[in-house]
Ligand binder design. Structure first.
Ligand code: PGA
Length: 257
């Protein structure tokens, strides 16, 4: 079984005080329960350092929600991958649907960011997902294929150990709608088979594919128990420690068998 991976994407939420409190609660519970799962939190940029302090000596990983692919320089308002590394990030989320939708990120840009993140030694959570019209028109697989093809252009099988894919149906993000466990499983299987064709079967089988879209403590277990669902990328529910810890607990129970 692939090691389950639960990551919290805090988006543009929290204050410094609430961010530190949330991180401390997650770190304390993970230290106490020692779940056999990977856990990460991705706070807003201004709170990376205080949250990193709250996570000191914790296995909970710190991640960025985005970054620019260029080396540090004259890019007003941007944050470099070097800076994420410098403040203790182990990973970065790339290609989130909100970046694509509201900030015009293309598959080509996502691809540049993925390669650049690896060059700086960061792991990548690469997000893909279809909008409702695509799903209703039976275009989910072609949309995901295009995102995978573009986002992973030039990627070699040896690089896949530093990659996690997050399948996030856009219609399920922040809406309270969740893909059914069957829908999630079918789509994750499609993604894994796509990876096997593009790379090789062993690499595809080793890769983790997270599900994202209104994951909560009370639906986590049935989603995570699907054979090709290897974790969750959690938005809204990651802002409440009881919810986020409930999702981690569900993952830990499944990992314990
Ligand atoms: P949600 O967000 O859990 O609030 O639906 C998930 C995400 O956007 O990563």
């Amino acid at each position: 079984m692939r090691r389950l991976f639960v990551a919290g994407n805090w988006k543009m939420n929290t204050t410094m005080a609430s961010a530190q409190a949330l991180a401390s609660e997650v770190a304390a519970e993970v230290a106490r329960s020692q779940p056999n799962v990977d856990v990460a939190v991705c706070p807003p940029f201004p709170y990376l350092i205080p949250v990193g302090i709250s996570l000191a000596n914790s296995p909970v990983m710190l991640g960025g929600q985005n970054a620019h692919y260029e080396k540090p320089g004259a890019f007003t308002g941007e944050t470099s991958l070097e800076m994420l590394v410098d403040v203790g990030c182990r990973l970065v989320v790339i290609g989130h649907s909100e970046r694509r939708q509201f900030f015009g990120e293309t598959d080509e840009l996502v691809n540049k960011k993925i390669h650049a993140a690896w060059q700086r030694g960061l792991d990548v959570i690469f997000c893909i997902g279809e909008v409702l019209q695509d799903r209703e028109a039976n275009r989910t697989e072609s949309v995901l294929s295009t995102q995978l093809q573009g986002g992973l252009a030039g990627v070699e099988p040896a690089q896949l150990g530093k990659l996690v894919i997050a399948y996030e149906p856009v219609w399920a993000i922040g809406t309270g709608l969740t893909a059914s466990p069957e829908q999630a499983e079918a789509t994750h299987l499609f993604v894994r088979n796509w990876l096997a064709t593009r790379f090789d079967r062993a690499s595809a089988d080793a890769m983790r594919i997270q599900y994202g879209g209104s994951v909560k403590a009370d639906n986590a277990k049935e989603l995570l128990s699907q054979p090709n669902v290897d974790g969750a990328l959690v938005g809204g529910a990651s802002l409440k420690s009881d919810q986020f810890l409930g999702i981690i607990r569900a993952a830990a129970e499944l990992s314990a068998g």
